[in-house]
Design a protein around this ligand. Structure first.
Ligand SMILES: NC(=O)c1ccc[n+]([C@@H]2O[C@H](COP(=O)([O-])OP(=O)(O)OC[C@H]3O[C@@H](n4cnc5c(N)ncnc54)[C@H](OP(=O)(O)O)[C@@H]3O)[C@@H](O)[C@H]2O)c1
Length: 435
């Protein structure tokens, strides 16, 4: 058999230990498919004495992971440390500059520094692969780069954060409020101690910006993602959405937009109302799903585990098998110098239907004030639900679904209501996922 592909692992946490287990368990079939064995020759993490549930004794320990890529006996470094900058980025840069391939699961680093790293990798003619960075075990990057490569992608969207989806599904099942479900998710290890990146939509935005670059051949533009999370959702929003025929899901969506006369890119992460009959309405728990609409393929749905040691290791090792086969390719499908630089699209002209929720003081005339603002802004209301009785704070919730219209009209209505003493909380707007 041919020479082994010699691998160094930086980071031995959930994913790193999973990669070792997978490479050991499936060694023979991987070697047959790759045409050569995968051989781990070096490992590094912070704490050498930590128990990791795998036997590390066969592998040479390196205290400083940044130098792994410079070792002459290493062909590829797998970065599984995390963080957009710091040691992960230093390790990635050193590895590529040393002319070695890099595999990473680090969406934050690719969202922020993917273009720089890809340019370096292309100049050095080495592979840079990050299948595990988007939607964990789902081969969506490969699906877009290879399976859908013949299509113009018209839209890409999906459920990109398992923690949020787990929380939303649990709120749906139990009728409990966000904070309550988040605390339980943290206690059970489904959510980080600091859940900000997940619940504020940042993690989903990292992944969306990477997907958009691959789908549309454009530069990664994480800063342009219009991002909102799920922390403001109440149990009552879920119940009201349900009574109207929807579930609530955190959706990341990207599509080209030429309404201004020039090519732009629209990118948004926000909780959406998803109709019961849409495939994404049935994606529950920590599962992820991505929909890509190709101009010849039609709608493609990729679904599976978005995280966890096994699924994420599966994506990492698939990248290693590609490298063992000699597959390099441009990291973003198109060489960095040919990626388009698309300006962010404005959202005001976009048309759609929205769910708008107000928390208001329980007194006469408030509903009339809200509906007047909607009318004056040209928003047409399709249905309206008002909670019957005030809660202990003397507040009631008013929720409405609008007819299709420009998003700018809803923004204008909210502007007209700004500062109104009738509103006791900022209004919450969620878009309704269209066909
Ligand atoms: N977990 C998932 O399901 C999942 C899914 C998709 C993508 N990812 C991505 O995969 C990457 C790894 O995630 P993970 O869940 O495996 O993380 P993790 O369990 O926290 O493991 C991180 C590893 O990095 C090491 N490390 C951290 N800081 C270090 C430093 N300054 N110097 C040297 N080593 C350091 C840690 O060492 P010690 O163990 O010695 O502390 C640990 O082994 C992240 O980019 C994450 O976003 C994870």
């Amino acid at each position: 058999m041919a020479e082994p592909l010699r691998i160094a692992l930086a980071g031995l946490g959930t994913v790193g230990a999973g990669v070792i287990r997978l490479i050991e368990t499936n060694a023979a079939l991987i070697a047959r498919r790759a045409g050569r064995p995968l051989q781990i020759v070096g490992i590094s993490a912070r704490d050498r004495s930590k128990k990791r549930g795998v036997d590390l004794s066969p592998y040479a320990w390196e205290d400083d992971m940044v130098i792994l890529g410079e070792r002459p006996d290493v062909d590829v470094v797998v970065e599984l440390v995390g963080g957009s900058d710091g040691p992960a980025l230093a390790c990635a840069r050193t590895t590529i500059e040393a002319g070695k391939a890099l595999v990473t699961a680090n969406k934050a680093m690719i969202a922020h520094h993917g273009l720089e790293l890809a340019a370096k990798a292309e100049a050095a003619r080495v592979a840079l692969k990050f299948e595990a960075a988007v939607a964990g075990g789902i081969p969506v990057i490969k699906g877009l780069r290879e399976g859908a490569a013949a299509n113009a992608i018209e839209r890409v969207y999906g459920i990109l954060n398992g923690t949020c989806n787990f929380i939303l599904s649990s709120m749906e099942d139990s009728g409990r409020d966000f904070a309550d479900v988040l605390a339980e998710a943290q206690a059970r290890g489904y959510a980080e101690a600091d859940p900000t990146f997940d619940v504020e939509g940042i993690d989903a935005a990292h992944k969306l910006s990477i997907l958009a670059a691959i789908a549309f051949g454009s530069e990664v533009d994480f800063a342009a993602v219009d991002t909102a999370g799920i922390a403001r959702l109440r149990a009552a929003d879920i119940a009201q959405a349900d009574s109207l025929g929807y579930v609530i899901r955190l959706i990341g969506m990207a599509e080209p937009d030429s309404s201004s006369g020039e090519a732009r890119l629209f990118q948004r992460v926000q909780p959406h109302l998803v109709p019961f009959d849409h495939p994404l309405a049935h994606v529950d728990g920590a599962t992820n799903a991505v929909v890509a609409e190709g101009n010849f393929s039609g709608r493609l749905l990729f679904q599976g585990a978005g995280a966890g040691d096994g699924p994420t290791a599966s994506a990492v090792v698939a990248d290693l098998i590609d490298i063992a086969r000699g597959e390099i390719g441009a990291p973003f499908s198109v060489p960095v110098t040919e990626l388009e630089k698309l300006a962010p699209a404005e959202s005001g002209h976009r048309r759609g239907r929205c769910y708008v929720r107000f928390v208001v003081a329980d007194r006469p005339g408030v509903l009339a004030e809200i509906t007047a603002a909607m009318r004056d802004a040209g928003v047409s209301i399709e249905s309206l639900i008002q909670q019957g009785r005030a809660d202990a704070n003397g507040e009631v919730m008013v929720a409405m679904v609008t007819h299709e219209g420009p998003e700018s009209a809803v923004s204008e209505a909210l502007r007209l209501l700004e500062g109104s003493p009738s509103l006791t909380d900022a209004p919450l707007v969620m878009h309704i996922l269209g066909e």
